[in-house]
Design a protein around this ligand. Structure first.
Ligand code: GTP
Ligand code: MG
Length: 137
């Protein structure tokens, strides 16, 4: 499809980067379909990241993602998954290309400013996790 799902993570929210990141996203040609300022409980964060539950950093990831408010959004653009992952850059901000969101706003691999879906199937699942049909425009 032409949609992806994103979260501005607790570090980027706490550091005052919501406005800059939303600006970068819209300037890159993504249309906002749904948008929400909210906070994940530890239980909800664990559910969202269930695919990573066997990985060594799972507990740290869940506690970080429930440590403060986040911004969730569904975004639309042609080739949205790949284009958005190019915009945010590598998982480790130290390896993220110049001008990418993680290079500009993230400090470490565990607090890396932003999430982007990795497949059409996961974008659908993740968007449905946060948004009902009447919250999409
Ligand atoms: P997301 O867009 O957040 O899904 O990131 P990603 O797709 O670039 O990475 P991946 O799905 O493999 O990992 C999910 C999240 O787990 C990452 O964004 C990191 O915040 C965290 N993570 C990944 N690898 C490590 C690691 O080696 N150590 C720690 N502490 N966290 C990690
Ligand atoms: Mg991922």
């Amino acid at each position: 499809t032409n949609r992806t799902f994103t979260m501005i993570k607790p570090d980027a929210v706490a550091n005052g980067h919501i406005g800059s990141i939303v600006n970068d996203i819209t300037k890159a040609g993504f249309k906002i379909i749904a948008l929400k300022y909210t906070k994940l409980s530890a239980e909800k964060a664990g559910e969202f990241y269930a695919v990573h539950k066997e990985r060594p950093f799972y507990n740290d990831l869940v506690s970080f993602m429930s440590s403060g408010p986040i911004v969730a959004a569904i975004l639309e653009k042609d080739n949205a998954i790949e284009e958005f992952r190019n915009l945010i850059g590598a998982t480790n901000p130290a390896e993220a290309a110049e001008g990418t969101i993680r290079q500009k706003y993230a400090k470490s691999i565990d607090a890396n400013a932003i999430h982007g879906s990795d497949s059409d199937e996961n974008a659908q699942i993740e968007g449905d996790f946060f948004f009902s049909a009447d919250e999409r425009f």
